[in-house]
Design a protein around this ligand. Structure first.
Ligand code: ARG
Length: 263
């Protein structure tokens, strides 16, 4: 009798497991977002190489963030579609249901961002640096004088900093632009004397423009933690993204991508 019920239990377990895997159970992709939101919209601002950028004449967004998110999506059985927009539109896009995920080298510690969207686990740490032309005599952010102009991107930590410096009378103007590429152009054209930029992003720029630009001084500002974000309360999606991030960190994929984009 005992043996018989054990056999029954095993048979039942086998059938049940088979049925579950046959209908894709386990990864529960079909649970609720399945039908209506099969493809998740990831919003970003793609002038922030090596995290995200587009190549001339091509809309495809490439960089560490798309590669990392693709690896997470593969791990979790998710499908992603990328949308490029201005940086200060990213949080409003999630709030107005025009996007499901932000992945844009966004510092989760800045301002009141965390009150508007839910951030995942940190995937990269950063600081701000002052980028100047190679012939500049500036020695660092503290050496900037009230006749100078600094640029950075609108809606970013650097953008907020140049605006604050302008408000405090420390600089003549804080130029906040939509694209990092325009910040670099303004620097090259002598319209501004410096650009406040995230260290790994400035480093990538210097890899190709080391002859015309340089960093001066130490990093400054608040320490930054980059994280992806989802709409407030979407813990189901956030849990998956965090689980995927943990998995690609554990299996070496994450390190492979760091090597690919930051070495
Ligand atoms: N780390 C800075 C911030 O969070 C700048 C991010 C800019 N990212 C971008 N994809 N343009 O404000």
């Amino acid at each position: 009798m005992k043996k018989k019920s054990l056999a029954l239990l095993i048979a039942f377990t086998l059938v049940f497991t088979f049925a579950l895997s046959a209908c894709g159970g386990g990864s529960d992709e079909s649970a609720d977002s399945g039908e209506e939101k099969a493809v998740l919209k990831v919003v970003t601002e793609a002038t922030f190489a090596p995290f995200e950028s587009t190549e001339d004449g091509d809309d495809t967004i490439v960089g560490f963030d798309p590669d990392m998110m693709a690896a997470i999506a593969e791990d979790q059985g998710l499908e992603l579609e990328w949308v490029n927009m201005e940086f200060d539109s990213l949080i409003p896009a999630l709030q107005s249901d025009q996007g499901d995920i932000i992945c844009a080298g966004m510092n989760k510690l800045a301002g009141d961002r965390a009150e508007k969207v839910d951030f995942g686990d940190t995937y990269f740490e950063s600081d701000l640096m002052l980028l100047v032309t190679s012939d500049s005599e500036l020695t660092g952010i503290d050496a900037v004088t009230s006749d100078m102009k600094l640029a950075s991107q609108i809606g970013t930590t650097g953008g907020d900093m140049v605006q604050a410096m302008k408000d405090e009378g420390k600089i003549a103007d804080g130029v906040v632009l939509n694209q990092w590429t325009d910040c670099y152009l303004q620097l090259q054209n002598g319209e501004v004397q410096g650009v406040i930029v995230d260290k790994p992003v400035g480093e990538a720029y210097l890899n190709n423009h080391g002859d015309i630009a340089k960093f001066v001084g130490d990093s400054f500002g608040e320490h930054e933690e980059f994280a992806f974000a989802v709409q407030k309360g979407n813990t189901e999606l956030l849990d998956k993204l965090n689980a995927g991030l943990a998995n690609i960190k554990a299996n070496g994929k994450y390190d492979e991508l760091v090597d690919k984009w930051f070495s």
